[in-house]
Design a protein around this ligand. Structure first.
Ligand code: GTP
Ligand code: MG
Length: 198
């Protein structure tokens, strides 16, 4: 995992995706949940993906290739459910995300990020429903675990686990992470390395 990650492509629309290559892992989640930060923490690169404390930072599908020709490609995505952005903008990002999740043959895994402070929302459930219809394997990742107390984290885990019961296609276990402390990063990296070997 360590090594030379590089930006390869940015797609504002489903018509402008890069040619399919390697094994793609995508990160989905509400605006500001920490998708871009997670990519930076995983790759050990502070500013590979652009982050911001204001929602709506990532506005395209952004593709990053891993070191050498290992074949791993990470896909950062715009957030969904961002209430203050113009409605047409939110609708077009949401459509782009759902189209990509449903129709990309090289997409091997999707991580659906949920902020441990806020828990699972209806817009997250919509994305899980889309993933149920696609052939891709997916798993829920709680982010910003450093921001909540143990009891709050446990509550979020049990509520999310209950919600996942409606989605038998999902991995039943939930990964708990913090891009700030690095918690959960070794587990996520290991899971992706396993994907490459499958
Ligand atoms: P959009 O691209 O706008 O959809 O957002 P995003 O999901 O890519 O979020 P981003 O990575 O830009 O992070 C949003 C904010 O959350 C930033 O201010 C980050 O520093 C902060 N953040 C991300 N991960 C963590 C974390 O694990 N812990 C803490 N405390 N803050 C985090
Ligand atoms: Mg982002």
């Amino acid at each position: 995992f360590a090594g030379d990650w590089k930006f390869v492509w940015a797609s504002p629309s489903i018509e402008t995706l890069p040619p399919m290559a390697g094994i793609e892992v995508a990160f989905a989640g509400r605006s500001n949940v920490g998708k871009s930060s997670l990519i930076n923490a995983l790759t050990g690169r502070n500013a590979l993906a652009r982050t911001s404390h204001t929602p709506g930072r990532t506005q395209e599908l952004i593709f990053f290739d891993g070191p050498d020709s290992a074949g791993l490609r990470l896909v950062d995505m715009p957030g969904y459910g961002y209430a203050s952005a113009p409605k047409t903008q939110v609708a077009s990002w949401t459509k782009l995300i759902h189209q990509f999740l449903l129709g990309r043959a090289t997409l091997a895994r999707v991580y659906v990020l949920i902020d441990a402070r806020h828990g699972i929302k209806d817009v997250d459930q919509d994305v899980l429903k889309t993933l149920d219809k696609s052939a891709v394997s997916y798993q829920v990742v709680l982010t910003k675990a450093d921001q909540v107390k143990r009891a709050e984290l446990e509550k979020c885990i049990s509520e999310t686990t209950a919600a996942l019961a409606k989605h038998p296609a999902a991995f039943p276990d939930i990964l708990v992470t913090s891009s700030r402390s690095g918690a959960g990063m070794p587990e996520l990296r290991a899971a992706m390395v396993r994907l490459l070997r499958e």
